[in-house]
Design a protein around this ligand. Structure first.
Ligand code: NDP
Ligand code: 8X3
Length: 250
């Protein structure tokens, strides 16, 4: 990573993305903060200082993403690190009872959204002969769990897209990584359960989950390896979690 890299983070308005923004800002990075909730981005931009731009963006809107990336002004236009973090789960129903709107939201955000952002950004990276795409996958992309069919499938798609992108940019100097966390206490479960905070808290009850900052530290570490080192994938679990469905709760 260059001394003052330009880092574009999607989903920077909350959780892991916001923690990544704070972590990269501490290392002197220039930041492009993307998400839908503009007021949150602007508050974060104000807290982090001058070398930051807020980019109100819905990653599902391909045209808007293409325009937003094309309109970035120097020095924010030469992205060194893309953190593809925007994503969500919606619902936890068995597949036969699944809500098709939930399915669409997850697939459009977690799969199409990653593609929409990666394409224009990685083209610039290839042209410059440097850059790093770091996508937040999940343990859910490696193992299925009850009620997780579409979320798990979306993260499995992220794993394969990442692997294929690494092949497609081989020899260009661009690095491609995934960081795949287990349970991280953010707004993730509140979003999954449509704002039901009580149900969301139960997901982490009796165990110590990862904090968003733990994942951000891992992302930073992946980005800071020397240029010839490519962390292809990293699975990051709480000590109280052994697999998607095995946790130690007290
Ligand atoms: P949060 O709900 O706290 O943050 C999700 C972020 O994604 C928000 O900033 C949200 O911003 C953004 N986002 C959602 N949809 C869109 C969209 N259409 N366009 C742009 N931004 C969007 O959850 P996390 O921080 O936990 O989640 C971040 C990533 O980590 C996700 O990809 C998730 O799947 C993954 N992950 C989470 C784990 C966990 O246990 N928490 C574990 C493993 C992976 P806004 O609403 O303002 O648009
Ligand atoms: C988020 C982790 O297990 O809640 O990707 O799906 S899990």
């Amino acid at each position: 990573m260059r001394p003052h890299p330009t880092v574009l983070i999607t989903g920077a308005s909350s959780g892991i993305g916001e923690a990544c923004a704070r972590t990269f800002a501490e290392r002197g990075a220039r930041l492009v903060l993307a998400a839908r909730r503009t007021e949150r981005l602007e508050a974060l931009q104000a807290a982090l200082g001058a070398d930051t731009v807020a980019l109100p963006l819905d990653v599902r809107d391909r045209t808007a993403v293409d325009e937003a990336v094309a309109d970035l002004a120097p020095p924010f236009d030469e992205i060194d690190v893309l953190v593809n973090n925007a994503g969500l789960a919606a619902g936890l129903d068995p597949l036969p009872e699944g809500d098709v709107d939930h399915w669409d939201r997850m697939l459009e955000t977690n799969v199409r959204g990653v593609l929409n952002v990666t394409r224009p950004v990685v083209r610039g990276m290839v042209a410059r002969g440097r850059g790093h795409v770091i996508t937040i996958g999940s343990i859910a992309g490696r193992e299925a769990y009850p009620g997780g069919a579409v979320y798990c499938a979306s993260k499995a798609a992220v794993a394969r897209l990442t692997e294929a992108l690494r092949i497609d940019v081989l020899g260009t100097g661009v690095r491609v990584s995934t960081v795949d966390p287990g349970l991280v206490e953010t707004e993730f479960s509140v979003v999954r359960f449509d704002g039901d905070v009580e149900r969301a808290e139960k997901v982490y009850e009796g165990l110590t989950p990862l904090a968003a900052e733990d994942v951000a530290e891992a992302v930073r570490w992946v980005a800071e390896r020397p240029g010839h080192v490519q962390v292809a994938e990293m699975l990051l679990l709480p000590t109280d979690q052994a697999s998607a469905t095995r946790t130690a709760r007290r």
